[in-house]
Design a protein around this ligand. Sequence first.
Ligand SMILES: [Fe+2]
Ligand SMILES: [Fe+2]
Length: 293
Amino acid sequence: MSGQDVTRNSPQCRNCACEYNRLEEARFWSRIMQEHALFIKLGLPADQQELREEAQVLIDVFMELRRRLQRVSRLEGQLLEDLIRAVRAIIEFKAKILRDLIQCRAEPGSNYPLLLDHIRREAVRFINFLQRPVPQDPLSMLLEQEVFWLRIMKEHIEFIIHLLDPSERELINQAEELRRTFSRLLETARDLESMAETRPRTFNTVVRFTQDVISNTRALRDFKGAAFELAKLCELLGIVSSPLLLDHVRREADKFLNELNVLLPELRRCSSTLGQQDEIIHDEQMDEFFPIN
Ligand SMILES: [Fe+2]
Ligand SMILES: [Fe+2]
């Protein structure tokens, strides 16, 4: 048996997703959900009292869930059920506000429609994680993550650009440069994800691309961190509702980097387990052309 076969059949390769700590994921995303509810509340017009109260209920619900998540060592049972119910509720809340804006049934306040859609997608990712086992193949998992997060990162930059005061020309210029970079990266990630549907046994370009993504995401993370520090010191002009928003997007960049740092070594170590399925597909295709009977 060749070295490659040994790697391909290694249980470590098939189980790369096991390195994810479900409890840590739930703690991370629950804080994100609580902050989303806060940002929505801060962005609602003052006369939309009912929606503001609904947002406050969600803030309290996630605050309590986070307390419970701190006290346990496993994510299961009633806590898991309550968490899924709360995430469903916040997804519907975000969707409802977005629908009203799309149909011009409500005043927008300062919640951009794209921001509502963005935080709705983040919540959907969280609930998918809670409800479904994570796919096992490192290549498809890595590309799926890159497509998801690069879109999120690109949108963060777009929100920052639109929340900065027009007089913040230097920062806007830096952000525009980052936006161009992340638009390109996202487009490439989508291309690579599409190519990976052909189930290649190895795809070294994805490794090189991911290294590029990591270095650019580090730069973006630092940009967000610096903007957060400026906002805290009251040295930043703009309409950011709370400096917490800048820290929030910085944490999401760090989350993306953490996920890449788990999966990139997996991809390097394992030639894809898809190779085995490849052979099956290939055999079936051959049967079609050359039936035995
Ligand atoms: Fe978020
Ligand atoms: Fe985000």
